[in-house]
Design a protein around this ligand. Structure first.
Ligand SMILES: *Cc1c(COP(=O)(O)O)cnc(C)c1O
Length: 373
């Protein structure tokens, strides 16, 4: 049986986690969090200020609080994304305006985004699907021209770039995920990447239950108290210990995944030439991190029969998001137009097994099963 995903065990994880468990400080912002911050800053080319959080979902929730979203504000995001992208802003009363994906790939269609902007638009949330960058050049010019904030949902894209700029460091804020299913994992975890210095203080207060405890711990104030609305979004130092070991192996993980990704792509080209499936489209400006390898089938019938064909060959595959504008929660609130590309990816996209421990004979079996379909 070839599973869809396998968790990567980093070289030093047991040593670091044991050290944290045996120490007297295991809550957030202790020794391993400090090491994580140093490593993460370097991964982000020292362009940004990272804060470890309990999840990408919570980083998104923090973003909505930091940018002071209030009822009636409009937030534009793709319908083809994870529920957390939308929940985080709806919880603060925002109106979610769903845009379509591009015809070529699941990232947001910027022309469609432009057509959805009103004087109530506060934030645009690009989701870098599969760690393949959205067109950040266009989004930044929209942001500057119209004073709209950009929050990058970069759950997929640690180790990926727009040109040579790390994803998550281009908008005002960026959100990372360290969930089991992502390239770097500590079980559950995330980071908020802050690219605008004026937002750091507010972010620290929100993450510390609305208090200025972070300033207090640095000795900047002599007591701490309740300053603003906040919650508890600090990652435990035990999980930060595991993250340190994962960050140390980031280059290996990314290279291994990209090599496997390229191998799939090269070996499946004949099927794309025949018109059986479509392979991922990577724009010139995107330098991805091998997070997901997907194929696009002709329709949902073919996709479902392909899943079954793989299952019979002992290979686990997975489809992905279902358009949020058609979800049980949102369908009766949706007033926009049809989002045909988003629906096509919901019906036709299929993800193949991809992880650093995927063996050569295993990837060959997956390719062979697809060639024989
Ligand atoms: C996984 C994912 C999230 C949520 O990440 P968590 O760390 O599990 O909260 C958010 N957005 C996207 C696009 C994701 O894939």
């Amino acid at each position: 049986m070839i599973p869809f995903n396998k968790i990567y065990h980093s070289k030093n994880e047991l040593e670091y986690v044991t050290k944290s468990i045996l120490s007297q400080r295991q809550s957030g912002d202790s020794q391993f969090t400090g090491i994580c911050n140093t490593l993460l800053k370097k991964i982000l080319h020292n362009r940004a200020f990272p804060l470890l959080t309990t999840s990408c979902t919570h980083s998104l929730e923090m973003s909505a609080l930091i940018l002071k979203i209030k009822p009636g504000d409009e937030v534009i995001m793709p319908s083809y994304t994870f529920v957390s992208t939308a929940n985080a802003f709806i919880m603060r009363g925002a109106r979610i305006i769903f845009c379509d994906s591009q015809k070529e790939n699941p990232n947001m269609d910027i022309d469609h985004v432009r057509s959805l902007i009103t004087n109530k638009t506060k934030i645009i949330v690009p989701v870098h699907y599969a760690g393949i960058s959205c067109d950040m050049g266009q989004l930044i010019s929209i942001s500057k021209a119209l004073d709209i904030r950009i929050v990058e949902d970069n759950a997929h894209g640690i180790g990926a770039y727009y040109k040579d700029i790390p994803l998550g460091t281009i908008g005002d804020l960026g959100c990372l995920s360290f969930h089991d299913t992502k390239n770097i994992s500590c079980g559950e975890g995330g980071a908020l990447i802050i690219n605008n210095e004026s937002l750091i203080n507010h972010a620290e207060i929100i993450r510390e239950k609305g208090t200025d405890r972070s300033s207090f711990l640095r000795g900047e104030v002599d007591k701490y108290g309740w300053k603003k609305l906040g919650s508890s979004y600090l990652l435990s130092d035990i999980l930060a210990a595991k993250l340190v070991s994962q960050f140390e192996d980031l280059d290996y993980i990314t290279e291994k995944r990209k090599t496997l990704w390229d191998y799939y792509h090269n070996n499946l080209l004949p099927l794309e030439k025949k018109g059986t499936i479509k392979l991922p489209d990577v724009p010139k400006y995107a330098n991805h991190c091998g997070h997901i390898f997907y194929v696009i089938c002709e329709d949902i019938k073919v996709r479902d029969s392909l899943i079954n064909h793989f299952r019979l060959a002992g290979i686990q595959t997975a489809f992905h998001y279902q358009s949020l504008h058609k979800s049980d929660y949102f369908a009766d609130k949706y007033q926009g137009e049809d989002l045909i590309n988003s629906d096509r990816y919901s019906d036709c996209l299929l993800r193949l097994p991809l992880y650093p421990d995927l063996q050569n004979d295993e990837i060959d079996s997956v390719i062979e099963a697809l060639l024989l379909y």
